[in-house]
Ligand binder design. Structure first.
Ligand SMILES: O=C(O)CCC(=O)C(=O)O
Ligand SMILES: [Fe+2]
Length: 269
């Protein structure tokens, strides 16, 4: 996994449309203000190839052998960590460092372990928020990242998002009467597409309103969510309790050493 934040700046010169690289605190500030930040060149060409191969194997092992047009394969859970190149993405220290800063949790909890593969043509996904449980939530209790394994253009598979809309989902001391946004608000917001090259990481407040443009090319990514351990909404608190109980049964040897502190609860086996 190449270098620190500044070392990647050189690679940016070749990427049309990318702003100059930001420092860690500027990245955190952007995610907090806009709900999204893109960090290119997280994987080398070799690492990308290995991760694509691992994802292909994981799909086959899960019984998704054939390439069926329009199919979305979503794999989840610790089974993905058996594949070394996928585990390497989850072990990236920069992802952890950024998610730790955003959630303000020294060792955040790895709440979601997922990989996705869309076979074209696929209609994409309608506008929504991932925080759709009918309650306002503590700001930045959770952060989602996605590492893309294919180039994405505005014409195919772009993630579209409505900047700043995550704030509609946050509890506010100044506004105790605040209500969750409506489906109509989400449907009619202004969405901007994210174009990116394979190897780019999108950091995202899961609450930000987003959609996926119709997909005409293979679209694969590895994604995870990190969360605060105690500053949580009611659904997230329940989800963490469920995962803790379930993960207690997972053998330590099956989890890469560097991930055990984010995978298990504090009272790790
Ligand atoms: O495929 C994507 O990039 C996003 C999918 C999505 O929004 C979801 O599964 O909630
Ligand atoms: Fe979503």
């Amino acid at each position: 996994m190449s270098g620190d934040f500044l070392q990647r700046e050189a690679g940016l010169q070749n990427l049309k449309g990318y702003k100059k690289m930001k420092s860690k605190s500027e990245i955190v500030k952007t995610v907090k203000a806009e709900g999204v930040y893109c960090l290119p060149n997280l994987l080398s060409k070799n690492e990308l190839d290995e991760t694509r191969q691992d994802l292909g194997r994981a799909c086959r092992d899960a019984g998704h052998e054939a390439y069926n047009a329009g199919e979305r394969t979503r794999l989840s859970g610790e089974v993905l960590l058996k594949y070394p190149a996928i585990a390497r993405v989850f072990s990236d220290p920069q992802i952890l460092e950024l998610c730790s800063s955003i959630t303000e949790e020294p060792i955040p909890f790895l709440q979601e372990i997922v990989a996705n593969r869309y076979i074209p043509p696929h209609p994409g996904i309608a506008p929504h928020s991932d925080e759709d449980f009918g309650e306002l939530v503590p700001p930045f209790m959770r952060v989602t990242w996605a590492l893309f394994l294919d180039d994405i253009s505005a014409q195919s598979g772009a993630l579209l998002y409505a900047p700043g809309t995550h704030w509609h989902h946050y509890l506010s001391k100044d506004d105790p009467e605040k209500k969750s946004p409506t489906q109509e608000q989400i449907r009619t917001a202004n969405y901007v597409p994210i174009e990116l090259m394979a190897g780019t990481l999108i950091l995202r407040a899961p609450e930000v309103w987003h959609a996926v443009a119709p997909i005409h090319h293979l679209r694969r990514y590895i994604t995870g969510s990190y969360s605060s351990r105690n500053r949580v909404s009611s659904w997230l608190g329940k989800d963490i309790a469920r995962l803790r109980a379930q993960r207690q049964k997972v053998k330590k040897e099956d989890i890469p050493e560097g991930l055990r502190n984010v995978f298990y609860s504090e009272a790790a086996p």
